[in-house]
Write a protein that binds this ligand. Sequence first.
Ligand code: NDP
Length: 327
Amino acid sequence: GLSWGLVGASTIAREFMIDAIRSQPGSDVAILVSSDRERGERFAASFGIPRVTTSLDDLLEDDLVDAVYISTTNQHHASQAIAAIRAGKHVLCEKPLAMSLSDARSMVDTANKEDVVLGTNHHLRGAATIQSIRNLVADGAIGTPLYAGVTHVCELPSNLRGWRLEDPSAGGGVAFDLVAHDADTLRYIFGSEIVEVMAIADSHYPVEQGMVAVLKLKNGILAHIIDTFNVPHGGTGISIHGTRGSIHATDVLTQQPVGTVTLVDDRGEHTVDVQHHGIYEYALHRFTSAARGYGIPLATGEDGLASLAVTLAARTSAGSGRSERVQ
Ligand code: NDP
């Protein structure tokens, strides 16, 4: 197992990641960094985290800490991750990895130089539904895939309506929040880079609550995505259409291990048997193994860099009104 330091007394840590860390045999959280001592102390007490500090250096100087999980607001990820990497810690960083490509590149380069593992928490790759879609496509179940549609239509729960709806400097808006996940999920399913994006955002841009985009992948697949913060009953789903069949998956861009995958082809329509497992637990399993020298994280730093490049291209396109090449 790994001894973890948490940077960020966040909702995602509280709701999912502390449990996921502790699901790995021998792993636990040794120290929490929060900018607010009192809130940090309350948070740590409720999870039995033994040490709290307001100084990242306290964490980085602790030689017993193997790995750092960063879930602060987005503008802090790069500097905190680079400091942790330079201190020789493995880093699992929330998406978006950073708010600029140059920052994300520095994170990846520094991790390579220091020979530590950098992972991006694109948890959706850990969903059994998404994995089964990827396998169906790879096995040729729908022939040659041609088109895809991603629906990520949610309403932000009230406890998450702060910086996400208000603060451009913290990386608010659906692009950094949801487009980043969609981009990674499409890259993962098709094993191909997204090369071009045309996006339109709602009137709240640059802290948009809705964005619709069309994307082109290197292998020629065309995809559209719909991402929202302000629709209560839309739900999430992915459709993929190929020369010999289509896949319709509902409730699959989630935090819980739920959702269904349906395959339609000449033989008719049937529900794919999916063996669900904990999504964040799977991500932690992969990260822990990688930090111990076995395999790579579920999503690497390079994957986080690639999804950020798509996210930034979508934001640029929403501002310019033009189609943008992904850098
Ligand atoms: P939160 O708003 O819950 O937490 C972000 C930061 O805000 C915390 O680090 C904390 O600062 C501060 N904060 C938390 N609660 C309060 C409060 N009551 N009053 C004042 N400040 C507070 O963010 P999320 O957990 O929703 O998101 C954090 C990161 O994780 C983002 O980068 C997001 O994109 C990502 N994320 C990823 C998900 C995934 O599934 N991969 C899902 C959800 C989020 P401090 O640390 O200084 O105490």
